[in-house]
Design a protein around this ligand. Structure first.
Ligand code: KG4
Ligand code: ZN
Length: 338
């Protein structure tokens, strides 16, 4: 028998996503974002995000079905992000997913948001090799994880940020430099005309005295402070130089630690996902360093890198085909899931 079509629903932050996947193949997807509504606050406002999900969810599921040329009755299982994420935002997605599962009389699967990011790449490049190292780097997370079997083994966190996420750092520094929100793309653009060696920004947690426990951990709040101090002291200073120098520091630390992890664990494949995977310098440096180390680099296309419903459906599809147990109807959210 053919595996069922899995509807995936994502609502952990500011993107409302729905995707349809069967047997590792993406059939259709749709996305709505409340990013513009948060812009004037300089970051995601949880209450606004939750309300936007409520508004968008029905239409987004319908749009994903239309995109796939399918009807609701074609859905054979539902998967939803249960965490980590903003609790109000997660609740909207989980409540909707329960309703679809109940109404269609199909099983419901709970998905860890990070597992979703990891699985996103399988929709483009096929099954992941076991093991692989994945760098999940966005406005919400900066994690270096070791992945064996997404369905049977928990994701092993090698290191996480101890303060800000890398994307958050880009967003905050952009603000200080007078660039628009979201800051990552703006910094990327400004950096094209700048000199990455103009400013000596620190490379946090890379020095010889970095404790072993922080070998793969990240810290980006110091970079934000360094950039703010520079802006204060150099009114009228070169924004492109600051952008290029910051981008260089972030890309250097991310890729250095990712490749150290590959080397230490004897892993031959590095996957980079999340909004910051769009950064041109992060990509270029990852390519350069992977090539030098003989490591295969996998980066999915942008629409699969940022938060989306297809990645949640991809995990649901793996769970269904592995015969994993569905979650009970009373399943709740886990906003701070490890
Ligand atoms: O994955 P995503 O859409 O949402 C989450 O944060 O989960 O990632 C958005 C983040 C923002 O912080 C944004 O500034 C950053 O990704 N970003 C970039 C670029 N494009 C998006 N950062 C650096 N360079 C870019 N080109
Ligand atoms: Zn995410």
């Amino acid at each position: 028998a053919k595996a069922p079509v899995v509807l995936g629903i994502e609502s952990s932050c500011d993107e409302t996503g729905a995707g349809l996947v069967r047997e590792g193949r993406l059939l259709g997807q749709a996305l709505a974002s409340s990013m513009d509504e948060h812009a004037r606050f300089g970051g995601v406002v949880p209450e606004i995000a939750a309300r936007a999900h409520l508004h968008a969810l029905g239409p987004v599921v319908r749009a994903a079905l239309d995109d796939a040329g399918l009807a609701p009755e074609d859905i054979g299982a539902v998967a939803v992000t249960t965490g980590p994420g903003l609790s109000g935002a997660l609740q909207v997605g989980v409540a909707a997913a329960k309703s679809y599962a109940y109404a269609l009389d199909v099983p419901l699967y709970g998905v860890h948001h990070l597992a979703g990011h990891v699985a996103a790449d399988t929709l483009e490049h096929g099954p992941l090799p076991d093991p692989c190292v994945v760098l999940v780097v966005s406005g919400g997370h900066t994690s270096l994880v070791l992945v064996r079997d997404l369905v049977r083994e928990p994701i092993v966190h090698l290191g996480d940020t101890v303060d800000d996420a890398a994307g958050e750092c880009f967003d905050k520094v952009a603000r200080v430099l007078g660039l628009p929100y979201p800051g990552g793309p703006a910094i990327d653009r400004a950096a094209r005309d700048g000199d990455p060696r103009a400013l000596a920004f620190p490379r946090p947690m890379t020095g010889p005295r970095t404790p072993a426990a922080h070998r793969y951990a990240f810290s980006f709040s110091g970079l934000k402070t360094a950039a703010a101090r520079w802006a204060e002291r150099h009114p009228g200073g070169s924004v492109p130089d600051a952008a290029a120098s910051l981008q260089e520091a972030v890309a250097d630390v991310l890729t250095r630690k990712a490749l150290d992890a590959c080397r230490a664990h004897g892993v031959g494949t590095l996957v980079v996902v999340g909004g910051v995977a769009a950064n041109s310098r992060v990509r270029a440096l990852a390519e350069e360093r992977c090539a030098a180390a003989g490591v295969t680099l996998r980066v999915p296309p942008m629409r699969l890198c940022t938060d989306n419903g297809a990645m949640i459906a991809a995990v649901g599809d793996l769970l269904v085909r592995a015969g994993a147990p569905a979650v009970p109807p009373g399943v709740s959210i886990d906003p701070s899931a490890p």
